[in-house]
Every structure is written in C-alpha cells, then in structure tokens.
Design a binder for this molecule. Structure first.
Ligand SMILES: Cc1cc2nc3c(=O)[nH]c(=O)nc-3n(C[C@H](O)[C@H](O)[C@H](O)COP(=O)(O)OP(=O)(O)OC[C@H]3O[C@@H](n4cnc5c(N)ncnc54)[C@H](O)[C@@H]3O)c2cc1C
Length: 427
C-alpha cells in the first residue's frame, strides 16, 4: 500500500501513529522495518520531548531486571506477554549498535553517559532509515472509521498547530486529511502538560467504546499541610536512606525533603501505590531498632540524652538538622532529661515513631511534576499480545496511555519500547 490520495483527498498510509514519543517512535520503526508505510503525527514542535527531559537529561532508558512485578495496573498480567517478547537486552542491543555509551546505576538502572538526545536521535535515525514520516505541529481534529475499501479503516483530519508568530501574522491553519489501515494511539499520559501531554488518547479510547481506569499523577512528590508540612519544608535539602511504606508495599530508598514536601526515589515509588487520604510510614533509621537502642542505653548510660544517643550512631546517624527538628517536634518536653528519668513507655513510643514515622500527605504535586500517569485505557479491552483494541479492528493503544504504570528505574520506557515493538510487528 502506498501513500496515495484517495477519493476524499486523504493521503493514505498503512499505519498512522498519533504521538511521536517513546512508544510511538518504537512502533513506527518496527512497522517501517516490515515495509509498512508509516506516518507519525504529533502536535508538539519536537518529537520525543519526554525522552529528552528523562533521567535528568541522561534518560534511564531501561533496567537490567525487568519483571511484571515492577508494573501496576488493574490487570497485573497484561504486561507479561509484551515484556517477555521484548526484553530489555533487545533495547540495550540497539543502543550498543548505535555506539551510545551508557552506564549502570543502582538497582540495574541504565543511563546514557552523555545525553538523552542520543536515544532520541537513535530512534529518529532508525525511523528515517525505513522511510517513516514524522509530521510535527499536527493537531488532530477528527478521527473516524472509514468504509474499509482498499485497506482504509480510519480517516483523520489534522490542522497545522499555529505558533505565536503564525497567529501574530494572521496565518490561517489549513486542514490535511489522512486515511490508514491501522491507527495507533501513542499519546502518553497527562503528566507535564507543558511538554505536550494531552488527554486525546483517552478521548479516542472513549470514542471507540473503551473504558478508562481513573487516572492520577504518579511517580510524584507528596505535599503536606499543617505542622508536619512546616517541619518538612524547614528541612528542605536533606536527603537520607529510609524505608517508606504503606500497607501494601515498602521501598528502601532515599527520601528528599523539599520546600514543597517529600520527594526522592522512596516517595516517588510509594506514590505509585498511594491513594488520597492514606497515611504513609517512614522508617528514619532502617538499620536500627531505636526502641531497643534507647532502652539498652538507659541501662548502660543512664545519664545520656536522647539526642546524644541518636547522634552518636555514626554510621546511621540522622542528619543534625533533622535530629534537631525531630526533637522539637517529638520530644521537646524531655529534650534535656537524662534517659534514667524517662519512662520506658515514652522511649518505646519514641522508638516506634522513629522506626515508622506516620505521615498523612495532603496530596501530591500533581501532573505538573509527575513522571507518569497511573490508570488509563482499561487493558481488559486490549489484546496483550498485539495491543489491538478488542472493540475496533485496526485500532491500537501503546505506552503510557494504557493502564500500565512502571516503577521508577527505566521501567516506563521499557514498557513503551515493548508495547511499541509488539504492535509494530502486526500493524
Ligand atoms: C520528567 C520525566 C522524566 C522521566 N524519566 C524517565 C526515565 O528516566 N525512565 C523511564 O523509564 N521513564 C521516565 N519517564 C516516563 C516516560 O517518559 C514515559 O513513561 C514515556 O515517555 C511514555 O511513552 P509514551 O510513548 O507512552 O508517551 P510520551 O513519550 O509522553 O509521548 C506521547 C506523545 O504524544 C504526543 N501527543 C499528546 N497529545 C497529543 C495530541 N493531542 N495530538 C498529537 N500528539 C499528541 C506528545 O506530544 C508526545 O510526543 C519520565 C517522565 C517525565 C515526565
């Protein structure tokens, strides 16, 4: 099938992919390698903006250890097939064949040595090599089903997204029509709207009868109001290893106090599993049983103060500023009281608090800073082998628009590559 014009003056492609992000580009290059005529449409002025900003500009492009357990979604089995057909070493192989230098960080995370631009250039080069066309500044106006003559299943109308300068010049946007046999929705989630995120993927899903699992910002810092918020904000800049948990999961990772709340890998990971109104627990001294330590010291060094004991613990000591703030917050009334004169119950209570500080976030920073969007197109209505809709032939959903959310650590890109690959093999 070529990209000829049909009776309605639509330019025809075998495959039209909406979204020139991670999953869309991977699907495009895979389909292009099979000789399919592929067009990728994106309303942004640049492809792969999230790839460029990912991993602090170095793109944590995958992970050595990818398991279905690293993903959440209403159907935890959905991701298994694609992840096993496209394991992380496939992507690593492509990175190596492009001679992109990379390194491993803790927990098997792989980052570019130089820049995330290397990954985006690799994907765009691979697309160009197989004739994929990428059209930017393309606003999607309408998508509808076609008569399915000559392989046409869908018709799309787009118009050129006008920039500020175009609008100032009084330029008019002209419409362009496309038809295609396979339509792939690769429009990502709602996080970071300034990077081009929009809800169009969900709208298209609903247009074709799909159900949505409610969406929420995820891999996102927590915010706090009240006195705890004040305490946390006063400690901005402090980072320490903790165990952060709720009733369902625990992460032993660093937490970072910020002037907006709590961030750092421990909090971002926990946010994937957090529901509004829930309490979280932070073990500030994960290597020590604080109750045991305080009670033992009361016996061996009865004249010591609580802060002395906690500060002495050199390997695991709390940062001084945090210790001082916790003292004000938790044991101000007995701060200068010797251990001998503090009841065991009070020391036990304090130990329990330091090993499991209960906090109730007022919310999260939301889509403005979230790395991903949780929820999305319900996976029970999509084939786990091909990503094709069970409700509309020729329609595919890939990447973050689906109700599949990965942990921090390169898992979300691995899902984008894997779902892009399995769909690209069949579109
Ligand atoms: C700051 C940040 C850092 C991250 N770092 C990492 C990391 O290091 N490792 C990792 O694994 N994951 C990371 N992620 C998550 C990762 O970027 C996403 O999960 C991944 O990009 C999802 O791929 P996708 O193809 O589904 O969507 P995207 O890559 O978001 O692509 C969607 C595309 O669709 C386009 N689009 C949206 N709406 C429309 C519309 N109306 N019309 C036309 N086009 C549209 C967008 O412009 C975009 O180009 C990070 C995310 C953020 C925000």
């Amino acid at each position: 099938m070529t990209n000829q014009r049909n009776a309605q003056n639509h330019t025809h492609y075998d495959v039209v992919i909406i979204g020139a992000g991670a999953s869309g580009l991977y699907c495009a290059l895979t389909a292009g390698r099979r000789g399919r005529r592929v067009l990728v449409l994106d309303h942004a002025n640049k492809a792969g903006k999230k790839i460029l900003m990912s991993g602090g500009g170095r793109c944590n492009f995958t992970n050595y250890f990818v398991e279905p357990e690293h993903f959440i979604g209403a159907n935890p089995h959905f991701c298994k097939s694609a992840l096993s057909r496209y394991p992380s070493w496939e992507f690593i192989g492509m990175v190596e064949s492009h001679k992109i230098a990379y390194h491993e960080r803790e927990h098997g995370q792989l980052f570019c040595d130089d820049s995330a631009q290397d990954i985006l250039s690799m994907l765009l080069d691979e697309c160009a090599a197989v004739g994929v066309q990428v059209k930017l500044n393309a606003q999607i106006d309408h998508v509808k089903t076609a008569a399915h003559d000559n392989g046409e299943r869908f018709c799309l109308t787009t118009s050129k997204k006008l920039g500020k300068k175009d609008i100032a010049r009084g330029a008019q946007s002209s419409q362009t029509g496309y038809s295609c046999e396979s339509l792939v929705v690769a429009t990502g989630g709602l996080s970071i709207p300034t990077m081009g995120a929009s809800g169009i993927g969900y709208e298209l899903a609903q247009q074709f009868g799909h159900t949505l699992v409610p969406t929420d910002a995820s891999l996102v810092p927590f915010t706090f109001t009240d006195k705890t918020g004040e305490l946390i904000r006063a400690l901005a800049g402090i980072s320490l290893p903790v165990i952060a948990s709720n009733e369902r999961i625990s992460f032993k990772l660093p937490v970072l106090f910020t002037h907006r709340g709590l961030s750092g890998p421990a909090m971002l990971q926990l946010s994937n599993y957090w529901q509004t109104g829930e309490t979280i627990s932070i073990n500030l001294l994960p290597e020590i049983d604080v109750t045991e330590l305080l009670l033992a010291r009361k016996k061996s060094h009865p004249r010591q103060l609580i802060r002395t004991v906690l500060a002495e613990n050199t390997d695991n000591a709390l940062p001084k500023k945090l210790l001082a703030a916790l003292q004000t917050h938790l044991w101000e009334d007995i701060k200068d009281t010797e251990l001998a004169n503090i009841k065991d119950e009070r020391l036990t209570e304090l130990g329990i608090t330091l090993n499991g500080w209960k906090l109730k976030p007022s919310g999260t920073e939301g889509y403005r800073t979230a790395e991903v969007t949780r929820g999305g197109v319900k996976t029970d209505e999509v084939s786990s082998k091909t990503m094709q809709s069970n409700l509309q032939d020729g329609l595919y959903f890939i990447g973050e628009v689906l109700d599949v959310t990965g942990w921090l650590g390169g898992y979300n890109f691995q899902w984008a590559w894997a779902s892009g690959f399995v769909s690209g093999e069949i579109v």
